[in-house]
Design a protein around this ligand. Structure first.
Ligand SMILES: [Zn+2]
Length: 309
């Protein structure tokens, strides 16, 4: 995702943090019990207050991994392929995850996004515990890192970040299965993220979430803007934000399944037979789903971290 989109989703996760607990569900998709919801709601209320108190760090922290840490190739992706796309591709698999009976292979150099989220989330939870024990780390540092981790969680929801086909291999590249027609143009990844940022920016500006640096930033809404608009006062919008109550030992697997869902969406957008001619007609519907899942996804990881301390 691009700059304003990351800031917007971090702001929306903060906005929906408390109310989305009404839609909290288990990993298997069942509604969480009323008792669990009550417990988590107390946690969500406290965390929302703290995130709002430190909201001045949101814009920088939610963007820092792209701009300051510059660990894109390492941790912003989880590049997967299936036997259906590349029937003789298994020798390129660095590791394989079987989800709902389907093997998803990750290539060498395909990014370790779920591992980064798991590790960073546990580090933030440890910082909170140390803070209570011996006063190490400030609440400001911890809130900064919560905004920062939202970046990786949001990137896991981008179909192109979880698909090897967004970047055709050169002749020298032996890390990916060959087959030019099986890949889509590497320009499409950036183009779709630009379309999303153009849809988000006027909505985020109108709500004061991002500010214009120059008059050039002030543009009208696009056709896709209604698909990225989420307002906590709107019942239909609230119904779409459905965070998972992630089990203590389940964060890594949860993030892997988020990436697998993104891979599946990529297969919808860029069909196996002809990935180059992508399904523009599906973009509105998928954008709505992706943004709602990204907001709920950030809420789920934040609540997991806050539940450890
Ligand atoms: Zn990124």
């Amino acid at each position: 995702m691009k700059h304003n989109t990351h800031i917007y989703i971090a702001a929306k996760a903060t906005e929906f943090l408390r109310d989305s607990v009404n839609n909290l569900h288990t990993r298997t998709g069942r509604m969480a019990s009323a008792k669990t919801q009550r417990k988590v709601k107390t946690r969500a209320k406290e965390l929302q207050h703290l995130l709002r108190y430190h909201a001045q760090d949101m814009a920088e922290a939610s963007w820092a991994p792209d701009d300051i840490l510059c660990d894109k190739a390492l941790y912003h992706t989880f590049k997967l392929f299936t036997d259906n796309e590349f029937p003789r591709g298994r020798r390129y698999a660095r590791e394989t995850h079987n989800v709902s009976g389907v093997d998803y292979h990750r290539i060498s150099g395909g990014g370790g996004l779920p591992y980064k989220v798991d590790h960073l989330a546990r580090t933030i939870a440890d910082m909170q515990k140390l803070r209570e024990y011996n006063d190490q780390f400030s609440q400001k540092q911890i809130m900064y890192l919560l905004f920062l981790i939202s970046h990786y969680v949001v990137d896991a929801h981008v179909p192109m970040h979880c698909d090897i086909r967004d970047d055709p291999p050169s002749k020298k590249d032996k890390t990916k299965p060959p087959g030019k027609k099986k890949y889509y143009s590497d320009a499409l990844h950036g183009e779709i993220e630009r379309i999303w940022d153009a849809a988000v920016t006027p909505v985020a500006m109108e709500q004061g979430i991002v500010v214009a640096d120059t008059y050039k930033d002030c543009k009208a809404e696009t056709d896709l803007s209604p698909c990225v608009r989420f307002d906590v006062g709107n019942r239909r919008h609230r119904d779409l934000i459905t965070p998972t109550n992630i089990p203590n030992r389940g964060l890594m697997n949860h993030m892997i399944s988020v990436c697998v869902r993104s891979k599946e969406r990529s297969l919808q957008l860029f069909p196996v037979g002809n990935p180059g001619s992508w399904r523009k007609d599906l973009l509105g519907e998928l954008t709505r789903e992706i943004f709602a899942d990204a907001i709920g996804g950030v809420v789920g990881v934040w609540l997991w971290i806050w539940g450890r301390s």
